[in-house]
Design a protein. Structure first.
Length: 271
């Protein structure tokens, strides 16, 4: 479906809506035609929906701890909805804020409707304790994990991501590399910094601790930290940023601090 979306120049959600014939979808005839032509060109055929145990309804519950305060909720919801649509399944979304009462109400509804199961998701990667009430349905954890390992879990490879980003800079010839870290209370920030340090150690490059510091989450924080880094007598030649917003500010701050030649790369990786 990704390839169809790229060829047609539309989102995966649009491809899903067109190929599944979703009624009342606000998609123009021209766009529908592009999607269908792209699918035909790529010989894409929608897979057959898997049969369900008798009595089960084609519905999956998606429980998110937060929606309104983050731009990433839509990606969780759209991803689940796109894949579910290929199997003729509907996703019912619940924002519970990890409130036991709200979670129990959602579980009761999903159990009474005899749904397929639950995706239990958190917007911040972290350890959770899934309430026993969830055992009434199959559960998959998304962006979170349990120490008990009772349920399958899908989490990002933050250590590998930090390692890969830093290795790319090392391969490009950089040795004086700064890291704009996330807040220490965030697991993703800890793991990405660990990946950064692992790559530096493998390449036998010492980490200058004066080049490693928290830079928050915002564009402004990234800009201010970049200005401070690039104003040093011996500034870094490359910067690995914890997230994209920080990286945008980093580019702005670095450009204002001094002209950036070919040897002065500001590199970011990950979200």
């Amino acid at each position: 479906m990704v390839e169809v979306a790229e060829l047609a120049g539309v989102s995966q959600a649009t491809v899903s809506l067109v190929l599944n014939g979703v009624p009342n979808a606000r998609i123009s005839k021209a766009t529908r035609r592009r999607v269908l032509e792209a699918a035909e060109t790529l010989s894409y055929r929608r897979g057959k929906a898997h049969p369900l145990p008798e009595g089960r309804k084609r519905v999956i519950g998606l429980m998110l701890d937060e929606v309104s305060t983050t731009p990433f909720a839509a990606q969780f919801i759209e991803g689940a909805r796109d894949e579910a649509a290929l199997q003729e399944v509907t996703v019912a979304m619940f924002c519970t804020r990890m409130d036991p009462a709200l979670e129990q109400a959602a579980i009761d509804l999903l159990v009474s409707q005899k749904t397929i199961g639950i995706i239990y998701a958190t917007l911040m990667t972290r350890q959770v304790t899934v309430p026993e009430a969830f055992s009434e349905l199959p559960v998959v954890l998304l962006n979170c994990y349990e120490r008990k390992l009772r349920y399958p879990s899908v989490v990002p490879g933050d250590i590998v991501g930090g390692y890969t980003a830093t290795q790319a800079l090392l391969r490009a010839g950089h040795r004086r590399i700064a890291h704009m870290a996330g807040e220490a209370l965030v697991e993703a920030a800890i793991d990405r910094e660990n990946g950064f340090r692992q790559a530096m150690a493998e390449w036998n490059v010492s980490v200058d601790e004066s080049l490693v510091a928290e830079a928050g989450w915002t564009i402004r924080a990234g800009r201010e930290r970049a200005l401070a880094l690039m104003s040093q007598p011996n500034p870094p030649t490359a910067i690995f940023c914890f997230n994209d917003r920080m990286a945008i500010g980093c580019y702005e701050g670095g450009a204002h601090a001094r002209p950036l030649g070919a040897a002065r790369h500001l590199h970011h990786r990950l979200r």
